[in-house]
Design a protein around this ligand. Structure first.
Ligand SMILES: NC(=O)c1ccc[n+]([C@@H]2O[C@H](COP(=O)([O-])OP(=O)(O)OC[C@H]3O[C@@H](n4cnc5c(N)ncnc54)[C@H](OP(=O)(O)O)[C@@H]3O)[C@@H](O)[C@H]2O)c1
Length: 345
């Protein structure tokens, strides 16, 4: 059986380009004892992938040059010599940008993302939801809002990157907990989507010059919690909008990942003193042992209509990864950007 794999062959400078990758066609070897083979169906397209392409360790090791591009995914077991998984089981783990992924369960960490392997249990929920609201984005939103942000009913919460995978879920969790929720995104169309389809109270287009004034008009005494997915200028301006005792939760900085050599820090940080406010970063993996309970709770919210889990699904082969990845940074997605894999040949 043939497998098309996308290899990272050089480290990008700025926006990743075609010459950073190569499609490699190889034969899938017969399975050894303990191994299992997954046919990949959906791949998660994450801003964090940009940091995995770079040299140097961040919260996980970089992808090695010549290695398969790392990607969380879902797929089905098509062959198994492992007692833990049988043909027909659906799983999610770090499958990589390839058509098939060969694993030894004991060695699942080899490709990089911790010991995160989850057998999809709930047959009603579509498998791509395990890359969005029930996957890493959902876990990030859940623990960022509840465990780190400790949101309280009645608070005003602002989410940047609000129309993204983490942002849509983070905003909806704040809403169902009784907060007033304002989303920040890049177009009027995406703003309407947030209010009409993702339960946000308000949505603000950061490309309009007076967007700070719009936030202050909604919340004149300031923002209690800012959940930041994008960093840069939006973080800087939001620091000047905080209420007394406000919390700034740093989930990520998507606006900076393609230009890490010239990272912009927030100039308005003295607002933290004036407002007795705090700024705190976190990594979802620190809550790994609580993921199952969080998944159960979020699945209930989805089934009762409190959370819209819609992803932004694009069909493509492994050779289309780069275009889809760069489109995510350009803000083409509303909901989690997910690639539905089609086999090349
Ligand atoms: N801490 C953790 O454990 C953890 C785990 C997973 C993800 N994250 C972080 O969460 C954030 C969101 O991830 P996601 O997977 O949900 O991605 P996403 O938000 O679906 O996609 C990235 C979004 O960033 C926005 N963006 C890109 N460049 C921008 C710029 N220059 N200025 C403002 N906005 C920009 C775009 O939305 P617009 O159209 O609105 O511009 C784009 O859609 C990322 O920063 C990621 O690193 C953190």
């Amino acid at each position: 059986m043939k497998n098309n794999q996308l290899l990272l062959v050089s480290r990008p400078l700025g926006i990743p380009k075609e010459n950073n990758f190569e499609v490699h066609n190889s034969e899938v070897n017969p399975l050894k004892s303990g191994e299992f083979l997954i046919k990949n169906h959906f791949l998660s397209i994450d801003p964090g992938m940009r940091s995995w392409m770079a040299e140097g360790k961040s919260y996980i090791n970089p992808i090695r040059l010549g290695g398969v591009m790392r990607a969380m995914g879902t797929g089905v077991v098509v062959d198994s010599r492992s007692p833990d998984l049988k043909v027909g089981d659906f799983i999610t783990t770090d499958l990589g940008v390839q058509e098939y992924a060969l694993f030894d369960k004991n060695n699942i960490t080899a490709r990089g993302i911790q010991t995160y392997l989850y057998k999809l249990q709930d047959k009603i929920i579509p498998q791509q939801t395990y890359l969005g609201a029930l996957g890493i984005p959902g876990m990030t939103a859940y623990f960022g809002m509840l465990a780190v942000g400790k949101i309280q009913a009645g608070e005003t919460v602002v989410v940047s990157g609000a129309a993204g995978g983490v942002g849509t879920v983070a905003g909806q969790i704040a809403k169902l907990k009784g907060c007033t929720v304002i989303g920040i995104t890049s177009s009027d169309e995406k703003c309407q989507d947030l209010v009409n389809n993702f339960h946000f109270d308000y949505a603000i287009n950061y490309k309009t010059p007076n967007w700070r004034e719009q936030i202050m008009a909604i919340s004149p005494s300031g923002v209690n919690l800012f959940f930041d997915n994008v960093g840069g200028n939006i973080l800087n301006i939001m620091l000047s909008c905080m209420a007394k005792g406000g919390r700034v939760i740093i989930s990520g900085a998507a606006s900076q990942y393609n230009n890490m050599a010239f990272m912009r820090g927030p100039a308005n940080y003295l607002s933290l003193i004036v407002n007795r406010a705090k700024m705190e970063g976190f990594i979802n993996m620190d809550y790994y042992d609580q993921f199952n309970d969080a998944r159960i709770e979020i699945a209930e919210w989805i089934k009762s209509g409190l959370i819209n889990p819609d992803n932004f699904v694009i069909k493509g082969g492994v050779n289309d990864f780069l275009e889809i990845f760069n489109n995510m940074f350009a803000g083409k997605n509303t909901g989690k950007m997910v690639m539905q894999l089609k086999t090349l040949n």
